[in-house]
Design a protein around this ligand. Structure first.
Ligand SMILES: Nc1ncnc2c1ncn2[C@@H]1O[C@H](COP(=O)(O)OP(=O)(O)OP(=O)(O)O)[C@@H](O)[C@H]1O
Ligand SMILES: [Mg+2]
Length: 233
């Protein structure tokens, strides 16, 4: 079974290194993922796949690049998080921790804060498996690519603020929030890409929260007036 799967993965040999192929085979053996369907987005730091689980449900599989990552930057960010301040320095481990942090943050956001975000399913080494947010094999569009008018913008803004309040309540910050990390589907917004998130015990918590809110306000100020923007959460 795993040999066949390994063969199937060969079509992605340009984006999957040997270690990642091994890890995917292990996820398949653990029956967490059944297979990969296609690439959704190929970025600098990660490749996101549409995949399937054993029940034929779609899942999103985010694979952090081990060898192309700016691991110094990642390590410098991770050590500001008490959960990761004593991590090993080896390059691949740093990427694994980065992936693990996104999973843990997603878990807190989804389960504890009840934020609109993908349901986390598993994380293993540099691979994060989560709920797929989309329709007909196509991910929901990013907020930056959605056509907005005043009414819709006002509704989406309120939703984002509600989600930020929920995060604040449990002492978690997204840390990289902007129109680039929000998906929109069926009139609902979803926060994604939680790898920068820290808890309130980190020295950068307040700063990141302020920056997230500023980014959001900057985007929505194109549609809303100044006095409609929330300046503090
Ligand atoms: N759960 C998901 N469901 C559907 N599409 C997703 C999901 N997660 C990510 N995507 C798609 O993949 C793209 C990239 O995902 P994401 O923002 O998490 O990675 P990234 O920006 O490459 O991450 P990083 O900034 O850490 O390198 C998103 O813009 C979105 O289109
Ligand atoms: Mg992103």
């Amino acid at each position: 079974m795993s040999l066949e799967f390994k063969e199937e993965l060969k079509v992605y040999s340009k984006v999957l290194d040997d270690l990642t192929v091994k890890a995917l085979v292990e996820l398949r053996n653990k029956m967490i993922i059944f297979g990969l369907v296609k690439i959704i987005k190929e970025g600098k730091e990660s490749v996101v796949f549409l995949g399937k689980d054993f029940e034929k449900n779609y899942v999103a599989i985010k694979i952090y690049r081990i060898y192309h990552s700016d691991f110094k930057m990642i390590r410098n960010l991770l050590v500001l998080d008490p959960r990761y301040e004593r991590i090993k320095r080896e390059k691949r481990n740093v990427v694994f921790y980065w992936c693990n942090r996104e999973y843990r943050n997603l878990k807190l956001a989804y389960e504890k804060a009840k934020v609109n975000c993908p349901k986390p399913i598993a994380s293993y080494q540099n691979i994060l498996v989560m709920e797929f947010l989309g329709e007909n094999e196509i991910p929901y569009p990013l907020l930056k690519d959605v056509k907005l008018d005043y009414e819709i913008a006002k509704d989406f803004y309120n939703q984002v603020i509600e989600n930020l309040k929920k995060l604040k309540k449990i002492g978690l910050v997204h840390g990289d929030l902007s129109e680039h990390n929000i998906l929109v589907g069926n009139d609902k917004i979803y926060l994604i890409d939680f790898s920068h998130g820290v808890k309130e015990d980190s020295i950068v918590y307040e700063k990141l929260f302020r920056r997230d809110l500023e980014n959001i306000n900057r985007f929505f100020s194109k549609f809303l007036s100044e006095d409609e923007l929330v300046l503090e959460i």
